[in-house]
Structure formats: structure tokens, C-alpha cells
Design a protein around this ligand. Structure first.
Ligand code: FES
Ligand SMILES: [Fe+2]
Length: 431
């Protein structure tokens, strides 16, 4: 496959079944191809509807390298608009989120409404008679769609629909996350923790569903839990019932269902919750909304821990977005979420749980960032450029939905991501 600079990229030589070459994290030409193929053709996560609940609300987001504004107009409709003035290209929104009547480009003062309409041009008469303002509204990606409030955009006018992109097993996981709400909706309205690291965007994807690392990378956090509770969590051990799964289309998850269903501590916590007035109300509301069997299952499973390829991670209480900047620079936004209709006590508990691990003073997220930086440093040693993803290859199975399954410390999920990545990078496209 020839790239813009004429260099050949042999993806078969870079991605094997059991290992990948370090170049896939470091080469600029491969990064450029990823932006073109993955982020400008496929579905990319933009934001959750609940982040912009009111007319005039907006937040910044990105389609790969391309800046967009996720905004809500005065009639309440949401839009995904390119953050690029149609005059001479200056970006018009510099704030991560806020509320405004519209967007005024600070270069020469052109003003755009929240729906992208060009509303005002200073000294417009100098443009002459054939100047048609209505042709200079903010541009927008050809396709925008959502699943349970998660809004995605695609630069391609054709191709898989969003529902085809988010495979059935992946949707099942998002449903677990949203069905924890008695109204079936999550609210992403608690701000964000923003982090950046010196490393490739795919390192975050690999790490989110890496069940091998927690007991080592986060050893100090788990030791604290052990000191407080008197027992060490067994969820990520080599003999845990937890699994990792390749859900298809590059989507992956750590599946703790079997572990949680068998863990007496999970049942004890639920029983304890039901003895409080707020816990009982929450339980009763969930049963009314989803039926007893589903409500109990949702509570036992407790959400999800997953990636939607290429830039959305949904885990624990949070919705996380990955923003690639360059081959060795990435930003990540972590946003805690609330459950619409749940008692305050439940939502407060979610926020405290999030803070314990993921906030700037939390006990876990820094460990991962440090590992991303260390991997990037190690990738500069090129004598043996391979990264090994062989763990559990000999024992993975395929279930009735075509989902590949491994024990939670296996590298089944990462292999699934790499398989999908390679297929997208090798696809024949007209450029
Ligand atoms: S670039 Fe925006 S008004 Fe000129
Ligand atoms: Fe981690």
C-alpha cells in the first residue's frame, strides 16, 4: 500500500496474529493513513447528547485531527459542525464547553448561529452583489447518528450504518451501562478529567480492556483496597472467571459477568443496598422499568468495561474519549456519568467511585499514563521491534455470536482490535 510519500506499508508484515511491530505506534505515514481511513471514513464518537442539554450548549470535539463543535440550537436540535470559519479557516470555538448564542470568529467578525447558519458578516456590502451568505454556513460531516444518546459522525456519505458499525454484542454492553438508570438514560454532566500522554492513541484502546495489567500497574491501589476491606480483589487474577472479548468491528470488552454472578460479595452488597430506603427505591424502580430478572442481572453485572472502536471507552461510571494528536501524542477526556432517575445516594456513590481511581487525586489513572509514556520510550529501541500479543491465543474460543473469548488476563481483545485495524488499513479505497 503506497502512502502520500510513496513509501510502501506492508500491513501483513507489521501485524501478525501474535505480535505487532513498533512502527504501528510511531510512524508518521501510518498515523496519516489512520486519520484518513479510520477517522475520516468510519464512525467516530463525538459526544453524548446529555452533555449539551439546553439550547445554546456546546462542546468541542474532534473527528481525528479535524475540530468540530457539538452544539444545540435554540429549537433544541443538536448539530455536529466543523470548527472552521467559512471565511478564511480560523477555528471559531476555543472553549471545551459552554453556552452561547452562537460563534463569532475573532479574525474578521463573521458570526454563526448554533445550527451553523452564517448570520452576520461585517461590512458585507464590499463583497458585491453575487455574494451568497447562505452558501457559507458552517460545514458538517455527511452522516451523524446516535445510539442511546451516544452521538457519532462519519465523513463518508456511504458505508455501514451506525447500527451496523456498533455490532450486536457491543450494543448489548452499552445497554448494560444505560439500563442501570431507571429511565434508561445516562447523564454526562459532571465535567471532565483531561489527560495527555506521550504515546500513540491505540495504547489507550489496548489498555482499557487489558485485564492483565491491573494487579501490577495498579498494585498500590489494590493494596489500599486490601488494607481497607481485608481481602484482595480476585477479579483480575489468572484464574478469575472474568473474560476478555473481541466483539467484532474492533469493539472489545472485559466481561466480568461470570465473576460477578459467582461472587458472594457482590450479592452481599446488593442485599445491603436494598436495606436502605434509597437503595430499595432504586431497586424497585429498576424492576418496574426492566422487569425483575433484567434488573437483578443489570445490578449484578454493574455496567460495562468496553471500547467502541476507535475512540470511545465506556467503563465503570465513565465515558472516555480518545483524541489522537500525533503518532506519539494523545489526549483523553474522562467524563463521569450519572444515572437519570436514580436516587442521589446512588449517583453520589458513582462519583466517589470515579474519583477514587480516575480523578487527578485518584489512585489509578496516573499509573496507566506513566505506562503509556514508558512504552513510547521503549519503542525507541528498534533492535527487536515486536510487541507480543500472544497471551491465551491457544485457548481462546468463539461463542455462538461469533465473539472471541479469552480469560481476562489474555490478549484476546487486543488481538481483535489489531485484526480490525489491519482490515481497515488494507481496505481498497478510492482516494
Ligand atoms: S477567518 Fe473568520 S472571519 Fe475571517
Ligand atoms: Fe489501568
Amino acid at each position: 500500500m503506497a502512502t502520500g510519500n510513496g513509501r510502501l506499508i506492508d500491513y501483513d508484515a507489521l501485524v501478525r496474529d501474535d505480535a505487532v511491530h513498533g512502527d504501528v505506534y510511531m510512524r508518521q505515514d501510518i498515523f496519516d493513513e489512520e486519520m484518513k481511513r479510520i477517522y475520516q471514513r468510519g464512525w467516530v464518537y463525538i459526544g453524548h447528547q446529555s452533555e449539551i442539554p439546553n439550547p445554546g450548549d456546546f462542546k468541542r470535539s474532534w473527528l481525528g485531527l479535524q475540530p468540530v463543535i457539538f452544539s444545540r440550537d435554540k429549537a433544541g436540535k443538536y448539530h455536529v459542525l466543523f470548527n472552521r470559519c467559512t471565511h478564511r479557516a480560523a477555528s471559531i470555538c476555543q472553549e471545551d464547553w459552554g453556552n452561547a448564542n452562537g460563534f463569532r470568529c475573532e479574525y474578521h467578525g463573521w458570526f454563526f448561529r448554533n445550527d451553523g447558519e452564517l448570520a452576520a458578516v461585517p461590512y458585507a456590502d464590499a463583497y458585491g452583489d453575487n455574494f451568497d451568505k447562505s452558501r457559507l454556513n458552517l460545514r458538517r460531516p455527511p452522516r451523524v447518528d446516535e445510539y442511546r444518546g451516544f452521538v457519532f459522525a462519519s465523513m463518508s456519505e456511504t458505508g455501514l450504518s451506525l447500527l451496523e458499525h456498533i455490532s450486536g454484542p457491543a450494543r448489548e454492553q452499552l445497554d448494560y451501562f444505560c439500563d442501570l438508570s431507571p429511565e434508561g438514560e445516562i447523564l454526562v454532566q459532571c465535567g471532565a478529567t483531561k489527560l495527555a500522554y506521550d504515546g500513540n492513541w491505540k495504547l489507550q484502546m489496548e489498555n482499557t480492556i487489558d485485564g492483565y495489567h491491573p494487579n501490577f500497574t495498579h498494585q498500590s491501589f489494590f493494596s489500599s483496597i486490601e488494607r481497607i476491606t481485608g481481602s484482595k480483589p480476585g477479579i483480575f487474577k489468572g484464574d478469575s472467571l472474568s473474560e476478555v472479548r473481541d466483539l467484532g468491528m474492533g469493539h472489545t470488552n472485559i466481561d466480568t459477568r461470570a465473576y460477578n454472578r459467582a461472587d458472594p460479595a457482590v450479592k452481599a452488597r446488593l442485599d445491603m443496598m436494598k436495606q436502605t430506603s434509597w437503595g430499595k427505591k432504586y431497586y424497585d424502580d429498576l424492576v418496574e422499568a426492566h422487569g425483575k430478572e433484567r434488573a437483578e442481572d443489570v445490578l449484578t453485572v454493574g455496567g460495562t468495561h468496553m471500547n467502541i472502536f476507535p475512540n470511545l471507552c465506556v467503563l465503570g461510571q465513565q465515558v472516555r474519549t480518545i483524541r489522537p494528536i500525533s503518532p506519539d501524542r494523545t489526549e483523553v477526556f474522562l467524563r463521569p456519568s450519572l444515572l437519570k432517575g436514580a436516587p442521589d445516594e446512588i449517583n453520589t456513590m458513582r462519583i466517589r467511585q470515579y474519583e477514587a481511581f480516575y480523578s487527578p487525586h485518584g489512585g489509578g489513572i496516573h499509573d496507566d499514563v506513566e505506562m503509556f509514556n514508558r512504552v513510547t520510550e521503549g519503542l525507541r529501541c528498534t533492535l527487536d521491534p515486536w510487541l507480543i500479543f500472544q497471551r491465551g491465543l491457544h485457548r481462546e474460543t468463539v461463542d455462538e455470536d461469533g465473539v472471541r473469548v479469552g480469560q481476562c488476563t489474555d490478549e484476546t481483545s487486543q488481538r481483535g482490535q489489531w485484526r480490525h485495524w489491519k482490515s481497515v488499513m488494507q481496505e481498497e479505497i478510492n482516494t
